[in-house]
Write a new protein. Structure first.
Length: 227
């Protein structure tokens, strides 16, 4: 594998990821950097350390969405690790949870068997109509995600309910949240509104609809409220 193109891979820190995914910095750090007592990370980090700070890619960020779902449902780290490692081996890809493989028929069956072997069949039996993994889990994980022709995640709308125009795309602003059409970072618009005291003034300055500026500010405020 060649060197990762940092301009196109997206670059995220622990705080960024925790806010976007809606989890804690402690959990993100463990998933990416490993745990005490010699327990390694859950994710195969594509970037590593930059200027003394832990950094990782958009692909890694998308893997964290899957891990966060399992973790919030009460699945312990060793179980999640086993599921991820076996999924990598069986599905023949280092980052299966950052692709649409697991949403396809064969991927669902394979993940179901892996879950059963790891003792969480009652919670994650993808083949059981009783639990209905497909509508409950897969729809939530696919929400706001668009795939490229190769099956990798191309972009993510982290808060489609309150900010449908805000996307995270690894090629734009190093993967930071931007407005889809203008590609202006939401953090830039929030800072401009704070300085000008008016979304309308900022909208005029950036030649944007006022609603989109307000949306960007609303998105940024929610991230900061959660963290």
């Amino acid at each position: 594998m060649g060197a990762l193109n940092l301009i196109e891979s997206g670059i995220y820190g622990v705080t960024d990821a925790a806010a976007l995914i809606g989890t804690t910095e402690r959990k993100v750090r463990g998933w990416v950097a490993g745990y005490k007592k010699g327990q390694g990370p859950l994710i195969e980090n594509e970037i590593g350390w930059i200027d003394g700070r832990l950094a990782f890619s958009f692909t890694n960020l998308m893997e964290m969405r899957f891990i966060a779902f399992f973790a919030e449902a009460g699945v312990r780290v060793p179980r999640i690790r086993s599921i991820m490692e076996e999924a990598k081996e069986v599905l023949k890809t280092p980052h299966p949870f950052a692709t649409n493989i697991v949403f396809q028929t064969d991927g669902r069956r394979i993940l179901a068997r892996i879950a059963k072997r790891n003792g969480i069949a009652d919670l994650y039996d993808l083949e059981s109509r009783n639990y209905e993994m497909e509508p409950i889990v897969f729809k939530s994980l696919k929400a706001g995600v668009e795939y490229d022709p190769a099956g990798g995640i191309r972009l993510w709308r982290p808060r489609p309910g309150i900010a449908p125009h805000v996307i995270v795309h690894p090629h734009f602003s190093f993967g930071q949240p931007v407005l889809r059409e203008s590609r202006i970072p939401t953090s830039t618009l929030r800072a401009a509104v704070a300085a000008e005291g008016s979304a309308a003034v900022v909208a005029d300055q950036f030649e944007l609809p006022v609603k989109q500026v307000s949306e960007a500010v609303r998105f940024e405020r929610q991230l900061r409220t959660l963290h």
